[in-house]
Design a protein around this ligand. Structure first.
Ligand SMILES: [Zn+2]
Length: 426
């Protein structure tokens, strides 16, 4: 099926009609600083979202993560409520169930801003503010896109069948356990045919896969002594450096491994390890340090088995332990995220490619994401999911973050086409 010639002009006129509302909602969402960590102003932003969703005739459901589950998710008792919103629009009977998965938290602004990160402004077609690309504008765009599809279906008697759900969730920037993780674990999101997560992929990329991730803290205990009597001590710092050197050797092996999938950014298709992102030792000059620790961050390819990667790391530590009986080495896992993917030619990917081609005349590449994505929760629960959105990856988490409004509206056009194809069943 090609996009009906009738659809394009009406689609453009509806986008024009809602243009100011969409920008207004982008501005409103950006101006609520939902900074995570620690995760604040969640109540405020969900209030705004629920109101607008109800105005636009969505069925709206709110799911609060029970406070007794907070400690399991690494949240303190003082943390604000974690609120998930699921907004639903039904079209006809049966049909495909499409899920647009978004998050409303943003990373802290950091330094280097030339403007207030929470006072959005538009300059030269770019909307500036923390969360513009990742991903508050995509939330606003998703909401109005589904609304426009509903209007098109009515006006043009499109005979659509299925359901569109928009989930709007907290805590993606800190792992998503109370957002996507919660929705998948509790079966709130289930039986979905296609999940799209509008992470910043510059419109023309689809992330069908992402790497896994392992974080470790490695602590070495020797024996502290006065610097004037070093023979009484066992220098933990020196041992740490020796062990870190083993990991530098391991890095050379790791970096040889590449994924069969192309990546965006291109360099991202290699396995990697970052050593010493955090490290610490003693705080005095005149001692032989008795304790020292450092971290490693290991990115795992979809082709690698995460258990085997863990074994590789453990083996390096075990061997070092054996050779150094005078010290104690502790290996603590801080994070373990498995790689996740669907086929790069999955029908979900193909349908996005077709939609972007029909609506915009552009080609979409299906590639591996070097970071990790919330889509893993849905893929693990048996639901195909990808990331595809209007923001730019270079903008995400950067100072002076912006989104190109032209791209945002182009993405909406392609998403309208996608939803029509999906709900028509072809
Ligand atoms: Zn994001």
């Amino acid at each position: 099926m090609h996009l009906d010639l009738n659809i394009k002009p009406i689609m453009s006129s509806r986008l024009q009609f809602y243009h100011d509302n969409i920008i207004e909602l982008c501005n409103e969402l950006i101006s609520i600083p939902t900074v995570n960590p620690p995760g604040v102003n969640y109540e405020r932003i969900t209030f705004v979202l629920v109101e607008i969703l109800r105005d636009l005739d969505f069925d709206v459901f709110e799911y609060r993560v029970p406070r007794y589950e907070f400690s399991r998710h690494g949240l303190s008792k003082e943390s604000e409520d974690r609120i998930n919103i699921v907004a639903v629009k039904r079209f006809g009977n049966d049909g495909k169930r499409v899920h647009i998965h978004t998050h409303y938290d943003v990373v802290p602004p950091g330094s280097g801003w030339c403007r207030d990160p929470f006072k959005p402004v538009i300059e030269n077609g770019k909307l500036y503010g923390r969360g513009a690309s990742d991903m508050k504008c995509a939330i606003a765009a998703s909401i109005y896109t589904v609304r426009i599809v509903e209007e098109l279906a009515e006006k043009l008697k499109l005979d659509l069948h299925g359901e569109v759900l928009i989930s709007i969730t907290p805590d993606e920037e800190t792992g998503g356990l109370t957002g996507a993780g919660y929705l998948a674990e509790k079966g709130i999101i289930q039986g979905i045919d296609y999940t799209i997560m509008p992470e910043p992929t510059s419109l023309t990329y689809v992330w069908h896969a992402h790497k896994g991730c392992l974080w470790y803290k490695i602590k070495i205990r020797g024996r502290q002594a006065h610097a004037t009597l070093p023979h009484l001590g066992v220098n933990a710092f020196e041992k740490m450096v020796q062990l870190a050197t083993r990991f530098i050797e391991y890095r050379k092996i790791v970096e040889q491994r590449t994924s069969r999938f192309e990546a965006y950014p291109v360099e991202g298709n290699r396995a990697s390890i970052a050593i010493g992102g955090m490290c610490s030792c003693c705080d005095a000059v005149n001692i032989v340090p008795g304790e020292a620790w450092f971290t490693i961050d290991r990115r795992v390819l979809p082709e690698e088995n995460i258990d085997e990667v863990e074994n590789e790391i453990r083996a390096i530590v075990d061997e070092f332990r054996k050779q150094n009986p005078s010290i104690d080495v502790e290996l603590e896992n801080l994070l373990r995220i498995e790689p996740s993917y669907i086929d790069p030619n999955h029908e979900l990917v193909k349908l996005i490619q077709k939609s972007v081609r029909e609506a915009l005349g552009l080609d979409v590449k299906s590639v591996l994401c070097p970071g990790f994505l919330n889509i893993r929760y849905f893929i693990k629960a048996g639901m195909p999911a990808i990331a595809w959105g209007p923001g730019d990856l270079e903008q995400a988490h950067a100072p002076n973050e912006y989104i190109e409004l032209e791209k945002l509206f182009k993405w909406m056009k392609a998403l309208i086409a996608f939803l029509i194809y999906a709900l028509k069943g072809n």
